[in-house]
Design a protein around this ligand. Structure first.
Ligand SMILES: NC(=O)c1ccc[n+]([C@@H]2O[C@H](COP(=O)([O-])OP(=O)(O)OC[C@H]3O[C@@H](n4cnc5c(N)ncnc54)[C@H](OP(=O)(O)O)[C@@H]3O)[C@@H](O)[C@H]2O)c1
Length: 340
């Protein structure tokens, strides 16, 4: 009798349980998440704008220009992707200027993330409010949503920098504070210093992709999870290598050619093949979409792929609204474990 009711319960419950698991996977990435413990809500995908205006590394003005990035911006906001990551140093300020122009042309609630670079000649804390004012002016806004310290290498201590950031929050010039390229211990110090001022550390932006799985090994991912800090994954396509368009015979041009020359392209082709096969099970998702869907599946991870044009922005937006099965997450983990 007991078994009978047990079986009956299982019989009625199982199809629903299965359906709700599928529903959850279909809607994954369509709900907004908070950036750390802040009130800033975004989809779990942003757009990186390093290439917007950068001629030296990315070749702005050659194969793509202002019209292309305008279209990338419009496609992204139309898909509900509102987080745009820039930095004062991208294109010597051009990325901030271009983003500022685009923001003025939309009613979409764009979330601006930019960065202060603690350059070696910035020897005093006064450099931070000065750089912040310059970023505000280039962007043409009164408040920056997420202001990040670009890297931890500076003569200025982490505690002093966090104090200056907390002052900027108190002044109303910054809504939330983030860091970038911070190791586990750096994150703890930044988090503790800000906590003294009642400001949460919203995010840490680090290099994280299927070809760069260091954050899983060096404690950064675990520390972010423990402290409620969102891990923003930069170069989530490994600078384009995970898109599948580059091979040992077809390498990227410019400075990336030399970087790819130091990379095991044949191994990357095998990874991309796995991603392509798995993408077929989801109606032909591209390797890029599968690679970034895997990052989101790790939890507390928000990729910010760079997009140079409408085609790339459209493809990248297709990361959202579906999810890999647990078995596929595991298979990709297995296929890229040597990149940890
Ligand atoms: N905090 C830091 O220190 C730091 C460092 C690096 C980057 N970042 C941030 O992270 C963002 C993203 O990183 P990233 O730009 O270095 O690398 P990425 O996102 O891994 O790769 C971007 C490049 O891949 C290609 N691409 C992108 N989407 C594509 C698609 N769907 N199909 C085909 N090709 C595509 C484009 O270049 P091609 O068309 O030329 O191949 C694009 O410029 C940056 O824009 C920046 O905001 C931060």
């Amino acid at each position: 009798m007991f078994l009978f009711f047990g079986d009956l319960w299982y019989y009625f419950r199982w199809p629903n349980a299965k359906r709700s698991e599928e529903d959850a996977r279909m809607t994954m990435g369509t709900e907004r998440i908070a950036l750390g413990n802040t009130d800033i809500q975004v989809l779990p995908l942003g757009v990186g704008t390093w290439a917007w205006g950068d001629r030296g590394y990315w070749g702005y003005g050659k194969s793509y220009g202002e019209q292309d990035i305008t279209e990338a911006f419009v496609v992204s906001v139309n898909k509900g992707i509102t987080l745009f990551d820039t930095a004062e140093i991208y294109g010597g300020g051009t990325s901030e200027r271009l983003l500022g122009n685009l923001i003025r042309q939309t009613k979409a609630p764009v979330v601006i993330a930019t960065k202060f670079s603690p350059l070696p000649w910035r020897l005093t804390l006064g450099s931070l409010p000065q750089a912040l004012d310059a970023s505000l002016s280039r962007l043409g806004v009164e408040t920056i949503d997420l202001y990040q310290i670009h890297h931890p290498y500076s003569i200025l201590s982490i505690e002093a920098l966090m104090d200056a950031l907390a002052d900027a929050v108190a002044d109303g010039k910054v809504r939330a504070v983030g860091v970038s390229n911070y190791g586990a211990e750096h994150i703890r110090r930044a988090h503790a210093a800000l906590a003294k001022r009642g400001v949460p550390l919203a995010s840490n932006q680090v290099n994280y992709s299927l070809l760069k799985r260091t954050p899983e090994k060096n404690g950064v991912l675990d520390t972010c999870r423990e402290l409620g800090v969102t891990l923003i994954a930069y170069s989530p396509l490994a600078g384009g290598l995970l898109t599948g368009k580059y091979t040992a015979r077809q390498r990227p041009s410019g400075p990336r050619f030399f970087l790819s020359a130091m990379t095991r392209m044949e191994c990357i082709e095998r990874v991309v093949d796995t991603l392509r096969q798995i993408g077929q099970d989801h109606g032909g998702k591209t390797p890029s979409q599968v690679a970034m869907n895997w990052l989101i599946a790790q939890g507390n991870v928000l990729p910010i792929p760079g997009a140079k044009n409408r085609k790339q922005a459209t493809d990248n937006a297709g990361v959202l609204g579906w999810a890999l099965t647990p078995a596929q997450v595991e298979a990709i983990d297995e296929a890229t474990r040597s990149w940890r």
